[in-house]
Design a protein around this ligand. Structure first.
Ligand SMILES: Cc1cc2nc3c(=O)[nH]c(=O)nc-3n(C[C@H](O)[C@H](O)[C@H](O)COP(=O)(O)OP(=O)(O)OC[C@H]3O[C@@H](n4cnc5c(N)ncnc54)[C@H](O)[C@@H]3O)c2cc1C
Length: 430
């Protein structure tokens, strides 16, 4: 088997079958794989093998019990997958967003859905600013543990009073005499905060009115979460889908953090975080695609098997056409997604690729993939009739989860605002 890169921790060569067989327990994935690189397909095959040990029954139960999929996280860590896009000298595979995106797609597509993806999403994504801007000591202290699965990490940006207007966030990190900071304020919707040891946190170090530009005065930190400290509290949010993975309100009150938890320069945190945002759009797009293909595969299978009025329901064009249309929407979004990921990766070397081009491609991909996933999941529920509402068919779970890529990390409306302004040159509306 040709392994196109070397890594000390990735061990998937032994798992890769010599032919592309699909398991018989889950429906055959529908996505056309022509055009993907050998590396992407190798990643897809190997991750699929890991996911095969976690059937839909596992995800159904974890969803119902709101139970963290720790075994799944550990299985991916064991084979080195959490370091897919981290530098090789820190134990990662040093691959790009193109490969990380297909990994995330493969996870959701396996039936794990958004819960599976969200259980590792921050480990793959929130570590990027750290890997790029962290000091040697920060990297050595955090990255190997994250890759091995010993340190889980969460990402703390959203605040209840700021919402999508990130620049108006009000969490304060105030300098202390010992060179550290004390953090005060609220975060909301922080995924995996209950199980994470660390948080990548965005907070204000200079009051907004004192910063020259609105984007100045925010700083990024990688902090320890000491749940025993009286200055840190968390409250789990009851949510619609992806219940296996916790989402939280997190309250800081004069919570002390050391000075060396700062990532990059003080006051430049927004710039640091922007660096990773396009990559995150691609990962989310991949996650949405996987969910859509999984739902559509299940719907097509059901439409072939379910007989009403003496024939399979899929013989009715009222059933088959919406599914065929959903397939084409997913395939189109797939092209947009992997185009964006390729552009993002290429822009690291090729300085003729403008960052605004990358931004438009990544935002468009996330938008299109989220919409295509929603269409596929909704139609999959409807194609199942009453059974679409039954937990055992999984499509209701994926339907609940497919709203996440439409909302987070940036909503559909904000992407439309962005394209209106950056591409169509219409007046900025926000
Ligand atoms: C399941 C889940 C997991 C999440 N995980 C994390 C996480 O780990 N870490 C983290 O930091 N955040 C996380 N988030 C938060 C997520 O990124 C935010 O919910 C998202 O950015 C939207 O912000 P908001 O909820 O405050 O919406 P708001 O800003 O309150 O917006 C509400 C609505 O108004 C619309 N709107 C607002 N302003 C405008 C405008 N100018 N023009 C047009 N429409 C507008 C929005 O599009 C949206 O539809 C998560 C969210 C969810 C649901």
């Amino acid at each position: 088997m040709f392994i196109p890169w070397r890594s000390s921790t990735l061990k998937f060569s032994s798992h890769v079958p010599c032919h592309r067989a699909f398991t018989t327990t889950t429906p055959r994935p529908l996505m056309a794989t022509a055009g993907f690189t050998e590396t992407q397909l190798t990643v897809r095959d190997a991750v699929k093998q890991v996911c095969a040990a976690f059937p839909p029954t596992y995800w159904r139960e974890n969803d119902q019990l709101a139970q963290d999929p720790a075994e799944f996280h550990a299985a991916l860590a064991k084979d080195g997958w959490l370091g897919i896009a981290l530098p090789e000298d820190l134990g990662g595979a040093g691959l790009g967003v193109s490969e990380a995106t297909i990994m995330m797609q493969t996870i959701t597509e396996s039936g794990a859905g958004m819960a599976g993806a969200q259980s590792i999403h921050a480990n793959v994504y929130a570590t990027q600013p750290l890997a790029r801007f962290g000091t040697e000591a920060q990297l050595q202290e955090t990255i190997p543990g994250i890759i091995k699965g010993e340190t889980r990490i969460c990402f703390g940006v959203t605040e209840p009073d700021a919402g999508l207007d990130t620049l108006s966030l009000s969490m304060v990190a105030k300098r202390t005499a010992d060179g550290g900071y004390k953090v005060t304020g609220k975060k909301i919707w922080i995924t995996c905060a209950q199980v994470a040891k660390k948080m990548v946190l965005l907070a204000r170090t200079t009051p907004r009115e004192e910063g020259r530009k609105a984007s100045e005065g925010l700083s990024l930190f990688c902090i320890d979460l000491d749940r025993g400290h009286p200055g840190l509290e968390m409250r789990r949010i009851q949510k619609m889908g992806g219940r296996a993975v916790d989402a939280n309100e997190v309250f800081f009150d004069e919570y002390p953090i050391p000075g060396d938890s700062l990532i990059g320069e003080e006051g430049k945190g927004f710039k640091v975080i922007l660096h990773g945002m396009n990559a995150e759009r691609c990962l989310l797009a991949g996650e949405a695609l996987g969910l859509g293909y999984a739902a559509l595969g299940k719907a097509a299978k059901y439409a072939k098997e379910r007989v009403v009025f003496g024939r399979p329901i899929g013989m009715n064009q009222g059933v088959s056409h919406p599914l065929a249309d959903a397939y084409m929407k997913l395939e189109a979004a797939k092209l947009a997604t992997y185009h964006a990921a390729r552009l993002y990766d290429a822009s690291r070397e090729d300085k003729s690729i403008r960052m605004d081009e990358v931004g438009v491609a990544c935002n468009s991909a996330k938008y299109l993939a989220a919409e295509a996933a929603f269409t596929a999941c909704e139609r999959a529920v409807l194609a199942h009739g009453g059974m679409g509402y039954a937990v055992e068919y999984d499509v209701e779970r994926w339907f609940r989860e497919c709203l996440v890529p439409r909302i987070a990390p940036v909503s559909r409306e904000m992407i439309l605002n962005y394209v209106s302004e950056k591409v169509l040159e219409l007046p900025r509306s926000y």
